[in-house]
Design a protein around this ligand. Structure first.
Ligand SMILES: Nc1ncnc2c1ncn2[C@@H]1O[C@H](COP(=O)(O)OP(=O)(O)O)[C@@H](O)[C@H]1O
Ligand SMILES: [Mg+2]
Length: 281
């Protein structure tokens, strides 16, 4: 082919003209777990597709398998059935794309706040300057700059939980897995942390799975609430009872009629009996 000055070659487009449909952040597909030496599955057939940036709260009576679902997604437990996928990739082991925050903060007591936060990026062998920059940015974003040289035992529970969240954020995860993270905090600190989490989640666009005992917290934070039921203590595997849409918009008034109606509905779902025959209902 010949070219001349008047007919420049057509440039190859760098981006496709039709955008691909967004990959879901998380896909749970028929996820189930039976622990060795037990007679019935702890969790059975959990399926859910979660969009990027969505917050899913998981509620249900003790022992219905909430933590087990989160642990499979974290890669701490292998599923017996089905699979968990994050950004289109099967979960096989723990990874920095999934940050985990538990009720007990899990901080390294021998490291300062800043060193705790820098730990993940260092493990990932990021260049020193980037580790420093990221640590400073994350500490600032969760209001920890002034305690960056303190050690965990010098901080209140709320501040320690902030450090735990900061440590996860420093890895820039796509998904944050939180198992009753605010359960040990006093009511005031808990409310403050809920606001903080909401802000961080929106700023960073992170997808959040959040297990809680508090139905109010679930309705306050969740775009959807996954209600689980059953559990080996009831002679039935833990399973999804219902997924409730929280169509309240971004600003939520916990004393509004719509908020309270959703709380009552979820409370009734959580406390409905767990007999085997319920499953057909
Ligand atoms: N490692 C394990 N080995 C045996 N059984 C387990 C293990 N982990 C959890 N279970 C059982 O699985 C069920 C679900 O537990 P879990 O996911 O912790 O429930 P939840 O978080 O909803 O309270 C419970 O009956 C629990 O005893
Ligand atoms: Mg649990």
């Amino acid at each position: 082919m010949t070219t001349d000055a008047t007919t420049p070659p057509t440039p190859t487009p760098l981006t496709p003209t039709v955008p691909a449909r967004a990959t879901p952040a998380v896909v749970l597909n028929g996820l189930g777990k039976q622990f060795p030496g037990t007679s019935i599955p702890a969790v059975e057939d959990v399926s859910l597709v979660i969009a990027p940036g969505e917050t899913i709260c998981i509620v249900g009576a003790s022992g219905c398998g909430k933590s087990t679902v989160l642990r499979m997604l974290a890669g701490f437990e292998q599923p017996s059935w089905g699979h968990a996928r994050v950004a289109g990739v099967d979960v096989r082991r723990p990874g920095p794309d999934r940050g985990v925050v538990f009720q007990d903060y899990g901080l390294f007591p021998w490291l300062s706040v800043a060193e705790n936060v820098a730990y993940g990026p260092r493990q990932a062998r990021l260049p020193r300057a980037e580790v420093r920059e990221r640590t400073a940015r994350v500490l600032a974003s969760v209001g920890l700059e002034r305690v960056s040289d303190s050690f965990p035992h010098q901080l209140s529970g709320g501040m320690q939980q902030r450090v735990a969240i900061a440590r996860v954020l420093a890895n820039e995860p796509a998904v944050m897995l939180m198992d009753e993270p605010f359960g040990a905090l006093d009511a005031l600190t808990r409310t403050e942390m809920q606001h903080e989490l909401q802000r961080i989640q929106r700023e960073a666009g992170i997808t959040v799975l959040f297990v809680t005992h508090s139905i109010e917290e679930a309705v306050y934070l969740g775009d959807r609430v996954l209600v689980m039921a059953g559990g080996t203590a009831h002679g039935t595997p833990g399973h999804v009872r219902e997924v409730v849409d929280i169509d309240l918009g971004p600003v939520r008034d916990t004393s509004s009629a719509a908020f309270n109606a959703l709380e009552r509905r979820i409370d009734a779902l959580v406390h409905r009996g767990n007999a085997r025959e319920d499953r057909a209902a």
